[in-house]
Write a protein that binds this ligand. Structure first.
Ligand code: LER
Ligand code: MN
Length: 265
């Protein structure tokens, strides 16, 4: 298992992005804390100076685990399930640009909140499927994998459960589509954290961690011994990326997380 931490720029609004500040500084801090990667939450990937980041990744022997895309929805309202054709095309274009950025870093691309939050769920799911098909095929040509994240029903109306998400991926039939398992959302939507990891093991390619209060693991009531019992059983060797709300500094937050999680290894 490899540890990662979500970082983004200062102007971001969504509050579960672990570190908001200078990206280069974020990479260096994460490295010093013992992480092997950072997950970049970007609004517009065209604004990211990837050559500077690539240089620092090499110097620090660090990786970009994934490109998070939710800010395009939370800050600009771009949605892959938009009923408005132009809006939907704009969202697809943005995700393709995220895929281009991911190619520079050889990282995953996450489809989380950018799926939108439409009321007409049935119609929206069909549109979403078409959008993800287009993005998935584009990514496949570049050798990039896309992660679809089941998100709890207070944040979105689409793909809340693992069963639904798994079926959605199967129907699309694209081999570069997998699942991002976020402990916070699993705790809200699924009966058993352990069974969720076991049942969907073949598609779980990435993990987000936070506690049931969305804080640092260990600050709430989520049973992380069950999470790690499952991860060990499925021989998970991917990233465990910290996506939490914290009032502490990134140094204290990142340190507390690793100290707590490493107890279960
Ligand atoms: C949203 O709650 C979340 O977990 C993010 O990873 C989605 O972009
Ligand atoms: Mn998440």
């Amino acid at each position: 298992m490899k540890f990662s931490i979500v970082i983004t720029t200062k102007d971001a609004i969504f509050n579960a992005l672990t570190f908001k500040g200078d990206l280069i500084e974020g990479i260096r801090i994460a490295k010093n804390l013992g992480y092997s990667a950072v997950e970049l939450a970007v609004r517009d990937p065209k604004l990211v100076d990837y050559s500077e980041i690539l240089k620092v990744l090499k110097e620090e022997n660090m990786a970009i685990s994934a490109i998070g895309t939710g800010r395009a929805f939370t800050e600009e309202g771009l949605s892959l399930s938009s009923f408005d054709k132009k809006g939907r095309e704009e969202a697809i274009k943005r995700i393709k640009e995220d895929i281009d950025l991911a190619e520079k870093f050889n990282s995953f691309v996450i489809i989380g909140l950018v799926r939108g939050k439409p009321e007409d769920k049935e119609k929206a799911l069909k549109i979403l499927k078409e959008s993800i098909k287009e993005c998935g095929e584009y990514a496949q040509k570049l050798g990039i994998k896309i992660l679809i994240e089941p998100i709890n029903s207070s944040e979105t109306t689409l793909l809340n459960k693992f069963s639904e998400t798994y079926k959605f991926i199967e129907e699309l039939g694209l081999e570069n589509l997998g699942i991002l398992a976020d402990t916070y959302h699993i705790n809200k939507e699924e009966r058993s954290v352990y069974d969720t990891f076991i049942n969907y093991r073949d598609k779980i390619w990435y993990v987000h961690v936070s506690d049931d209060n969305r804080g640092i693991p260990g600050t709430g009531n989520l049973d992380f011994s069950e999470v790690f019992r499952a991860l060990k059983n499925i021989n998970y060797n991917g990233y465990i990326s910290l996506e939490c709300v914290s009032n502490l500094s990134i140094e204290e937050t990142g340190k507390k997380n690793l100290e707590f999680l490493k107890r279960f290894l």
